[in-house]
Design a protein around this ligand. Structure first.
Ligand code: FRU
Length: 487
């Protein structure tokens, strides 16, 4: 929709506009304690995630003026340990000839003492037609970012629409390759491959052939990497119809695991598309490779085309914790990076066996913690954890032994969102003993199941004083062996 006001630059701000907005934002009861969030306005995709010059660099899509998808900046964060982040302010400023309507998503490559930032310049012409340009900016050792004058790709190849964006670049042998999210002119999504010998001049290889020729109307934010002799393609297909316990969010984010691809042949042999997260709020993840050889992923804890309760306070969204990826039995495992332990403060432990009852952990009240719980159902039909509990509120994570599912239920969490997409997510699990590792923040939870087997992420919008935790068992006995660390 044409809304010129959405495309203002920071330099167009009214006097005091951002200061006033920041006051509203910081009064929001749902400001996070240990997740990356915007100072004002809207955050979306993580971008340019890389280790460079002794630190992790991470950018995110940022619209400063409110919780809307308008003019997008790259906002720059750095960290020595992936959990404590330093604010470096604006990274890439849009508004040039080739990014007049936003510096859209992309990736980074560290080489020759510089960090090369590949991104999509979003532009609209006078008829409001979209024209994407693929642009390059370079971060130098002094911390300056310089945009290159001309785009490295100036139009989509024939056969594809203007929905052509989000370059993810990697180096293989002595060549550089990039995957782009794209849409065919028949309105189906796909990934396009490009190659370069010098990072400046790029040639089109072709569309990556997969076994998903008709799988949503657009694929956003692709990422390709190799791990344990497998090729992994991440992407976000839009417009897939919901199925029972699958694809229930408005848009999806998942992966294909296959043989390492030969990019020059543009062909990828792979297995089934699997969702990366089984919760409610997860999209557009990006990975990088660490100096100690780990493949790490960070995602956007939110989704496009949706309203969120923080909109009323002038801001929206945050990023997930960093997750380490590994492969086991042709499945991608995701564990929080080991550095999250640096956030741990006071520790509490408890062991309980309960039958047909609920036990409130009185001293454990908090809205910022890690909770690790080994849950075992003996003859209970349902058992689990109620957290962020208050007078009338609770969020439930429990196992249903009859249907053999682990459920994350935000029916009674507090402020509602995305009602049309349902309030419960169910993960099939055929074992009555499980490890649940929760990371609770002021307005979110990330649940890691059985040491990386699955993750369920959700934004939660309870009242500030809904801070309780209890364990419950129905229809029999269950035992809980739990440790909490306050963050
Ligand atoms: C995904 C996305 C990308 C795009 C960016 C714009 O959330 O739509 O495809 O580059 O966000 O902010």
């Amino acid at each position: 929709m044409r809304d010129v006001n959405k495309y203002r630059l920071l330099s167009d701000a009214e006097p005091n506009e951002l200061e006033q907005l920041a006051i509203r934002v910081h009064a929001s009861p749902w400001r996070q304690h240990y997740h990356i969030q915007p100072n004002t306005g809207l955050l979306n995709d993580p971008n340019g995630f890389a280790f460079y010059n002794g630190k992790y660099h991470l950018f995110y899509q940022w619209h400063p003026f409110g919780p809307i998808h308008g003019m997008k900046y790259w906002y720059h964060m750095t960290s020595a340990d992936l959990v404590h982040w330093e604010d470096n302010g604006v990274g890439i400023e849009p508004g040039g000839r080739y990014d007049s309507h936003g510096a859209y998503s992309g990736s980074a490559l560290s080489e020759d003492g510089k960090l090369y930032l590949f991104y999509t310049g979003n532009t609209r012409d006078k008829d409001w037609e979209r024209h994407p340009y693929q642009c390059l900016a370079v971060l130098d050792g002094q911390g300056h970012i310089t945009k290159q004058h001309l785009p490295f790709v100036d139009s989509p190849p024939p056969g594809y629409t203007a929905h052509f964006r989000d370059p993810k670049v990697w180096k293989s042998a002595d060549s550089y390759y990039a995957v782009f999210g794209a849409q065919r002119i028949d309105q189906t999504g796909c990934v396009l491959l490009y190659k370069s010998e010098d990072k400046q001049n790029w040639t089109y290889i072709g569309e990556l052939k997969t076994s998903l020729p008709d799988f949503g109307y657009m694929w956003e934010c692709p990422d390709y990497f190799e791990l344990d002799d497998k090729g992994v393609l991440l992407f976000c297909p839009q417009g897939l119809p919901a199925e029972p316990d699958r694809f229930e969010n408005i848009h999806q984010s998942g992966y294909l695991l296959g043989e390492p691809m030969n990019p020059d042949k543009a062909c990828f042999h792979h297995g089934k598309f699997e969702e990366l997260d089984r919760g409610f709020d997860f999209y557009a993840p990006q990975t990088t490779f660490t100096p100690d050889g780990r493949r790490i992923l960070i995602g956007w804890m939110g989704l496009p085309d949706m309203l969120y309760p923080t909109d009323q306070h002038g801001w929206a969204h945050c990023l997930t914790l960093a997750r380490e990826l590994t492969i086991q039995d042709s499945k991608l495992l995701q564990r929080p990076v080991k550095e999250v332990e640096l956030l741990r403060k006071e520790k509490r432990e408890a062991v309980h066996k309960i039958a047909n009852s609920q036990i409130h952990l009185k001293d454990w009240n908090s809205s910022s913690y890690e909770l690790v719980c080994v849950l075992r159902l003996d003859d209970a039909s349902k058992a689990g954890i109620a957290f962020r509990t208050g007078d009338k509120e609770e969020t439930l994570l429990y196992y249903d032994a009859n249907t053999k599912h682990l459920l994350l239920d935000r029916t009674q969490t507090g402020e509602k969102l995305a009602q049309e997409n349902g309030h419960i997510r169910r993960y099939p699990l055929d074992n009555k003993k499980m490890e649940l590792r929760l990371f609770v923040d002021q307005s979110s939870v990330e649940v890691f199941i059985n040491d990386g087997e699955a993750v369920m992420t959700a934004r939660l919008f309870p009242s500030q004083d809904s801070n309780g935790i209890s364990f419950f068992a129905e229809g029999g006995t269950a035992s809980f062996d739990a440790t909490q660390w306050l963050f």
